[in-house]
Design a binder for this molecule. Structure first.
Ligand code: NAP
Length: 265
């Protein structure tokens, strides 16, 4: 089996990376950055986002596992003290693979070009001006004209990240869905939005169309880019999934409890 380790690059993460690399090599596993079977991410959820984007073209063959060197994460749910146990399980291939849904974002430009992105957490749209104004279409039908700070479309596993801070629901990652949340919508007698998060199933599409200026700040997870001359932004649940190597049961709701309510981790 071939492995790669993505570190957050702090002292503790690098020290754990060196240890894990030595142990796994001693077990006969091959360090292979180009086409690993398993990618260990050592740091936090942010580190796993970086690892995901590094291997986004190889999602069908790569399985991810996260070790946290800060607080418990949703993707990084192994403790540093468990590194030996984890390495032995990887070496003995004692794991199953679980798959989580992803978000596909397609940006269509006025010149008919398009760019496609995959998000593990979410994609957000903001305007470089003060207020974002966009028409929201659901399955080809006009739904609302949004005015406000921005919009966020998240995956189920990203629902505990930015989405949660925006008042979105926490969604179990076994559901093939995406969730649209508002950032400070303007709501008065003139302007009106639904004012609630929308959870869309896998066969639905959400298209955002500019009303005024065609330039937008678009984020895909930790990456933010300015897109100019945008005709529309289309969101759907992606065909691709992300694969996580699971070595022991750690139910999603236990992770939610331990991350947001209390934990001895
Ligand atoms: P960052 O600002 O360094 O990290 C943002 C925080 O989000 C970190 O504490 C990170 O955990 C946590 N996080 C990431 N994915 C998560 C998930 N699925 N569930 C729960 N928490 C999660 O930025 P970054 O490391 O580059 O990560 C980009 C992410 O930041 C975006 O995908 C977005 O979700 C999030 N974000 C959140 C807000 C907000 O909550 N108001 C605003 C902007 C962006 P770790 O410390 O374990 O890495």
């Amino acid at each position: 089996m071939k492995f790669f380790i993505q570190s957050r690059n702090d002292d503790l993460s690098n020290e754990l990376m060196d240890r894990a690399k030595t142990y796994l090599s001693d077990f006969g596993l091959e360090w292979n950055e180009e086409s690993p079977d398993i990618v260990l991410s050592i740091g936090g959820d942010g580190t796993l986002l970086h690892a995901f984007h590094r291997y986004r073209e190889q999602l069908a063959t790569v399985a991810f596992v996260g070790i946290h060197t800060g607080h418990l994460g949703f993707y990084a749910d192994w403790k540093p003290a468990e590194i030996e146990k984890l390495v032995i399980s990887i070496a003995k291939k004692e794991f199953e693979v679980i798959q989580y849904p992803l978000l596909e974002a397609t940006i269509h430009y006025r010149n008919d070009d398009q760019t496609k992105y995959l998000a593990l957490n979410e994609s957000t749209i903001k305007s470089p001006d003060v207020t974002l104004v966009m028409d929201v279409e659901l399955n080809g039908t006009h739904f609302e004209r949004f005015r406000g700070d921005g919009l966020c479309m998240s995956t189920p596993s990203g629902s505990t990240a930015y989405n949660k801070a925006l008042g979105g629901a926490v969604i179990h990652p076994s559901l093939d869905a995406m969730q649209l949340t508002e950032m400070a919508s303007i709501n008065n007698r003139v302007f009106r939005t639904v004012g609630a998060p929308l959870v869309l199933p896998a066969h639905h599409t959400c298209v955002l169309k500019p009303v005024k200026a065609p330039d937008f700040m678009v984020t895909v997870d930790h990456v933010q880019l300015l897109h100019k001359d945008v005709k529309s932004i289309e969101y759907r649940v992606a065909k691709e999934k992300v694969r996580f190597a699971r070595f022991r049961p750690f139910p999603f709701w236990t992770r939610v409890h331990d991350s947001f309510i209390d934990s001895d981790v």
